[in-house]
Design a protein around this ligand. Sequence first.
Ligand SMILES: Cc1cc2nc3c(=O)[nH]c(=O)nc-3n(C[C@H](O)[C@H](O)[C@H](O)COP(=O)(O)O)c2cc1C
Ligand SMILES: CC(C)CC(=O)C(=O)O
Length: 346
Amino acid sequence: MRFTLREVEAAARERLDPVHYDYFAGGAGDEVTLRANEAAFERLALLPHVLRGTAKPELGVTLLGGRASMPVLIAPTAFHRLADPEGERATARAAAAAETIMMVSMASTVAVGDVAAAAPGARLWFQLFIQPDMAFTEALVRRAEAAGCGALVVTADSPVFGTRGRDERNGFRDLPDGLCCENMRDGDRVREIAFSPAVSWEHLDRLREITSLPVVLKGVLHPADARAALDHGVSALFVSNHGGRQLDTAPAAVDALPEIVDAVGGAVPVLLDGGVRRGTDVLKALALGADAVAVGRPVVWGLAADGERGARRVLGLLRAEVEEALTLCGLASVRDLEPGMVRRPW
Ligand SMILES: Cc1cc2nc3c(=O)[nH]c(=O)nc-3n(C[C@H](O)[C@H](O)[C@H](O)COP(=O)(O)O)c2cc1C
Ligand SMILES: CC(C)CC(=O)C(=O)O
């Protein structure tokens, strides 16, 4: 039995090809940001209340008109079939069982429509790297709409693909034969995902013109960009440094959160990912103003360790930890978390 996310990761590591483990685990540059994401949570202390006379705490949240049974969502990660033959189908079934939202990566190894078909009742959002070829971007949007996705998660932190030393040293460039980015099919070819520094706010405006789906802007760290995003009509902001895989030495996600929350001023929901490994991390992010968090690697570790069951286990562990931490903090609901409950001990 695996009792913590760390144990799930250790089990995944044993089962994965080391090259694929490194792809999932690694970060950009010296992995400063990768380490900082978890370290920043550890540095924060939770200040509990006592004698509140509460009952079993309420964990549910409503985001963009949809409900999640807990404030822990599944961040978009690529290539799930490297971790498990069922790939994103298994992840989506685990998401449906946990009644939480799965963000399906544009680089999924199962097409988004097939992910939806495999997991009736799953709440899916589609992650998009805006392609400079807006006609193809529109085709992707239509696939996401047809699959019933409830939002587009536009990843803005990847004008180029970050350099990950582990992948360079391992020579990991391509997916094994038989696997590809299924959403990138275009007639009888599979397109490469384009990462382009030319993508701008104008592209975001054009995207909003071609779809009525709400847009979640992912990868925002600068408060000025959060304000600009509001001017461009985004429906939610997603504080993220891509799990330390893009700009190394960008701040830890939870350290960047308060300024973004301040800039947003409650106008739209704020999400966060990066380094969430414990229920107490979830409480800290919510106390500092996030409406929900997402986990990337932990779900991949669950998948690699034990397929759909492993992904369910990860989500179940996080749910139990959030519930226990809320109870120990004397809170009746995730909504009762406030900034005064988080301290930097020094
Ligand atoms: C293996 C892997 C693949 C990822 N693929 C994508 C992706 O396709 N699109 C995207 O927007 N973010 C991607 N991310 C970033 C995640 O959405 C998320 O920001 C990050 O994993 C959160 O950090 P955590 O892994 O510490 O939870 C990926 C991250 C990992 C680890
Ligand atoms: C294949 C990539 C699009 C996935 C990604 O964003 C990542 O590896 O961080």
